[in-house]
Design a protein around this ligand. Structure first.
Ligand code: NDP
Length: 311
């Protein structure tokens, strides 16, 4: 019997207890699943982790074969010096679907100029049709699980999509750039920019004053990645000087976004409260069980985090 510790927070336990139980049965695993910290940490075989959960010191968990995160972003655990066990992040169809819906919804809002028709108190008949999607350049920074799924969905709506990643990529029908030169090109070309990078030392403040200076006037920024990807002060300056027409932000350096943060009151900033893509317990539970089953079969777990890269 495998001892599995659900160290992903007691607030998450009611959502996960049953789906995990079902998923472990379906995977043919005989497990003892508990949300209570173990009396003897050296008896735990697997940990299910989420930020804000119940484990900080991984050193006593000497038998653990895998720490499985329920979150796709792992910046809050990847630098933990006590963590020597393998760490897997969450890659799940439910997450991708949520992100695709958030990204396409907010891109279409700005593309179609919906705001001026939805809120039109003086009843202005503004007959200025938007361009077709085929004439709109969308740049996506980060072409991993979520960036690539969003790119495909936008491509399906006819947008001109260019992606950017750390390593070179070939995705049919999509222009994929990488490296410093690729970043400058995408910043220069895009009408809208979607940030789907992980937070790492390399990506922090990637949208800084220099980056904003390369952008077209009237740019739209969509950030469902991580708050730290953007230098907040540089974004506020870019909004003030017209470089950025609108920023739709789902993630922030401090969450919940403090009540006095200027983003809340800014007329051209939309704040969504980290809802772009939530991990859904039923599908995530299946991913957890499948990954543990792989390890039990002697196979490498899926979606391992590379500590040196930070994601
Ligand atoms: P992946 O790890 O699959 O993809 C990350 C992408 O970023 C990869 O294409 C990677 O390049 C690229 N990248 C990383 N570092 C660099 C760099 N230094 N320069 C250029 N490109 C880089 O992650 P996911 O797509 O699953 O998730 C992306 C992020 O989305 C998460 O880290 C998390 O922060 C955020 N997220 C937000 C949610 C929300 O609700 N708002 C929900 C879930 C996730 P390469 O392909 O070459 O490795």
């Amino acid at each position: 019997m495998l001892n599995i510790w659900f160290a992903a927070g007691s607030h998450n336990w009611p959502d996960y207890a049953l789906p995990l139980d079902e998923a472990f049965r379906a995977a043919g695993l005989d497990v003892r699943l508990s949300a209570t910290p173990p009396a003897d940490p050296a008896t735990v075989d697997y940990i299910i982790y989420a930020p804000g959960g119940d484990v900080d010191d991984f050193a006593p968990l000497t038998r653990v074969k895998l720490v499985q995160s329920l979150w796709a972003g792992v910046e809050r655990i990847v630098g933990n010096a006590s963590l020597t066990q393998p760490l897997a992040r969450m890659v799940d169809q439910g997450l991708s679907e949520g992100m695709v819906e958030w990204v396409t919804g907010h891109v279409l809002r700005h593309h179609l100029g919906m705001d001026r028709h939805i809120v039109n108190p003086t009843h202005i008949w503004d007959h200025s049709p938007p361009p077709l999607a085929r004439d709109r350049h969308i740049g996506i920074l980060g072409m991993g699980a979520l960036g690539a799924a969003s790119a495909r969905a936008l491509q399906g709506l006819n947008f001109r999509v260019t992606g950017w990643s750390r390593t070179e990529k070939r995705l049919e029908g999509l222009t994929c750039l990488h490296g410093a030169e690729g970043l400058d090109r995408i910043l220069h070309q895009a009408d809208m920019l979607v940030l789907l990078l992980p937070k790492t030392p390399e990506t922090e403040n990637i949208l800084n004053a220099r980056a904003f200076a390369l952008m077209k006037r009237g740019m739209v920024i969509l950030n469902p990645g991580r708050g730290a990807l953007i230098d907040d002060a540089a974004l506020l300056s870019a909004l003030a000087d017209g470089t950025v027409a609108h920023a739709t932000l789902d993630v922030f350096r401090v969450e919940p976004l403090p009540a006095d943060h200027p983003f809340w009151a800014h007329p051209r900033v939309t704040v969504t409260p980290h809802i772009a893509a939530d991990t859904r317990a039923p599908s995530a539970a299946r991913i957890v069980a499948e990954n543990i089953a792989r390890v039990e079969r002697g196979e490498a777990p899926l979606h391992l985090v590379d500590r040196t890269r930070g994601y």
